[in-house]
Design a protein around this ligand. Sequence first.
Ligand SMILES: *Cc1c(COP(=O)(O)O)cnc(C)c1O
Length: 431
Amino acid sequence: MSKSKELFSEAKKYIPGGVNSPARAFKAVENDPLFIEQGKGAFIYDVDGKKYIDYVGSWGPMILGHNHPAVVEALQQQLMKGSSFGAPTKLETILAEMVVEGVSSVDKVRMVNSGTEATMSALRLARGYTGRTKIIKMEGCYHGHGDSLLVEAGSGITTLGIAGSAGVPAKMAEETIVVPYNDISALEEVFKEYSQDVAAVILEPVTGNMGVVAPKNGYLESLREITKKYGTLLIFDEVMTGFRLAYGGAQELYQVEPDLTTFGKIIGGGLPVGAYGGKREIMNYIAPEGPVYQAGTLSGNPLAMTAGISTLKLLKEEGVYNTLEEKGKLLEAGIQENIRKVDIPVVFSRIGSMFTLFFNGSDVTDYQSAKGSNTKAFSIYFNKMLEEGIYLPPSQFEANFISLTHSKDEIEATVEANYKALLEVKEKAKL
Ligand SMILES: *Cc1c(COP(=O)(O)O)cnc(C)c1O
C-alpha cells in the first residue's frame, strides 16, 4: 500500500471523509487523495516521493509557484516578531492600500480569513445597506459555503452529486434566487417580479467553479446596467479571479465596475485570507463605523498579511500577466493540436492562466452545458495524467491554474502527457 493510502485510512478515522475540504477527496475520479509532503515552484511531491507538475496551485493562491523564496523570507522575518496580536499592525494598511490601488472599484477593504467569510460578509453588508433581503446568484457559481449561497453552487456539490446542502433552512434558501449564468433575459424576468426586494446580484465574473466559462460579450455590462436601474448592488466574487486574470482582476480585464468585490486565494499568498471591498459609502456601513457587524479574532493576521503583501509586490511587476498569458497560449496550442490529432470531443476553455478541459461535444456557456460533460471520460483522463506525473483538480468542474514557475519544459511535458491521456480516454470511453 502507498504511504498516501495508509495516511488516508488513518485520516478517515479522525476527520470526516479524511479531508478538511470535500474538493480534496478523489471520489469523483474513483481514487484516493495524495498526501503532499512539499512543493517547490511548479512541482509538488507526495509522501511516496513522487514528483508532479501541479495545476491545482492550492486551488488558486499559488500564482508565484510553491515556496517562493521572497514570500518564505518575508514570512520568516515576520514570524520572529510574533504571529498574532489582535491589535492593528501597519501590515494591514499596506495590504489594504495595495488592494485599493490595484482594483479601481475598491475605495476601502476589510480583511477576513477566507473567501467564504468574504462573500457572507459582503452579502450582509449589501442587505444592511439596501434594507432588502433577496439575493440573486447564478447557477453553477460558487461563493463559499455560507447558507444563502449554498444553492446551485457548482463544482464541489456537482462533483458529489447532491442538490444543495442539508442543514440550510428552506427560509434561508428562499431568499436566494438562482438564474443561469450568461443569461440576461432570465435576470430581467426576475427583476420584473422582485424589483424592490433584491439586495445584491453576486457572481463569478469569469466562472471557475463549474469549470472555466467566460462571460458572453456584453453580459457583464448588461448586469451593471440592470442592477443600477433597480438599486441593487452588483457583487463580483473575485476570490479566484482577483489578481489572477489581471492585477485588477476580471473587472480590469472586462472594464466593468461592481459595487462590491470579494477576494481570497491570491491575496493571502498561500495563507488563509479573504477580503471584501468596494465603494466608500457602502463600506462605511461596516462596524465600528456603521451598523453592519462583522468581526474576526485572526482577521488581518500579520503572517497572512505578510504573505499577501510579498505576493502582490511580485505580481505588480511589469509584464507578469503577459507572461501568464504566453504560458496559457503555449499550453492551449499544444492541447488543441492533441485534440485534433486524437479527434475527440473536448472543449478547451481558457482565460489567461485559468483553464478547463471539458469532455463535451458542444460549447460550454453555462451550468447546464457544463453538466453535459462526460465525467466518466474525465475520470479516465485524470487518472492517466496523474500516472504521467501531472496533478490536476480531481473534478471535471474545476479550474486548472498555471503559475509563473510553469516553464516551457513543464508545459511541453504536460502537452505530451495530455496526448497519451486523450488517447486512453478515446479508447476506454469509446469516444
Ligand atoms: C474558493 C472560492 C470561494 C471560497 O473561498 P474559501 O477561502 O474556500 O472559503 C468563494 N468564491 C469563489 C469564486 C471561490 O473560487
